[in-house]
Write a protein that binds this ligand. Structure first.
Ligand code: ADP
Length: 295
């Protein structure tokens, strides 16, 4: 099984002709309201990948946004019994997108700042094969979730959004998944993806650097780095590509795949996700991913 520990947000998206200046009001297009948040996105991706049972450990408010997220999670087959309900509003991302595709995003974390590991969650974490976390919730919770896993279960950390990691979290990570920006931030230096991966291997046993249309680089201590190509696709919306990659990677690992094998499936799933609008709505099924990965 996979337990995804993380955030859930409702994404409020509006197209705008340009970014508003300070004190300015501008007219945008129609509002889109879609389920998002790195944790929930990754849980949906893991569940849709099939193979492993997936739990989402997170927190929602008691509002309509929570209903939207629960419908998306359960629709994908994610178990939601570890989702806490908070007096805070469900996390909300305010997103505007200009014609040239440039986003600006403000996240109001709301209930996400209350995600914690209670006794029930700890029991579930103790039987998981893979625990997958990101950094949109309190770092103490990520550390607590990691410590609750059994010997031999792997912690996959998607270190996004970029923030400094405390030593006690570095010590728990089995597989670090980062894009190039996050790899640079965590390595504290510039360099090629291979150089960044090599630098990060000093801190964790395995690193996957995702490279957008160029796929991903898989690095494990004691082996040669391996490149994984992403199938060539026409991108319409890259939102959620990284989250799809992480969720599918975790599900494949729980299902017994090697890291490189899991990354190949994850890269195909990420490529499919960019061909569709939205985050959770863009996550492909296992059949679609397997088909593309075989080509
Ligand atoms: P993030 O969204 O976190 O920055 P990436 O842009 O690296 O992450 O995308 C994650 C994965 O999604 C990539 O490893 C790749 O498999 C897939 N992907 C992203 N953009 C494209 C693209 N333009 N064409 C094909 N695959 C893509």
């Amino acid at each position: 099984t996979v337990v995804v520990v993380g955030s859930a947000n409702v994404d409020l998206v509006v197209d705008v002709p340009r970014h508003p200046g300070p004190g300015e009001t501008i007219l945008g297009g129609n509002l889109r309201r879609t389920p998002g948040g790195k944790g929930a996105n990754q849980a949906v991706a893991a569940a849709r990948a099939g193979g492993a049972d997936t739990w989402f450990l997170g927190a929602l408010g008691r509002d309509e946004a929570a209903d939207l997220l629960l419908a998306s999670l359960t629709g994908a087959g994610v178990h939601t019994d570890l989702v806490a309900r908070s007096a805070e509003a469900t996390g909300t991302a305010l997103i505007w997108v200009t014609d040239d595709g440039e986003n600006a995003i403000i996240v109001a974390p709301g209930a996400n700042s209350e995600v914690s590991v209670d006794a029930v969650a700890a029991r579930r974490l103790a039987v998981a094969d893979v625990v997958l976390a990101q950094l949109e919730i309190p770092l103490e919770t990520v550390v607590a979730a990691a410590r609750a896993r059994r010997d031999g279960a792997r912690l996959v950390l998607n270190a996004a959004p970029s923030r400094d990691l405390p030593a006690q979290l570095w010590a728990e990570v089995d597989i670090l998944v980062v894009n190039e920006h996050e790899a640079r931030d965590l390595a504290g230096r510039d360099g090629s993806p291979a150089q960044l991966a090599t630098a990060l291997l000093e801190r964790v046993p395995a690193v996957v650097v995702t490279l957008g249309g160029d796929g991903a680089l898989v690095a494990e201590r004691g082996s040669e780095h391996q490149s994984v190509t992403a199938p060539r696709v026409t991108a319409v919306d890259t939102t959620g590509a990284g989250d799809t990659f992480c969720g599918v990677l975790a599900a494949a690992l729980a299902d017994g795949a090697s890291l490189a094998g899991a990354a190949r499936l994850a890269a195909a799933a990420g490529a499919l996700a960019v061909t569709r609008p939205g985050a959770q709505d863009a996550v492909p099924t296992a059949t679609e991913t397997a088909h593309l990965a075989r080509e």
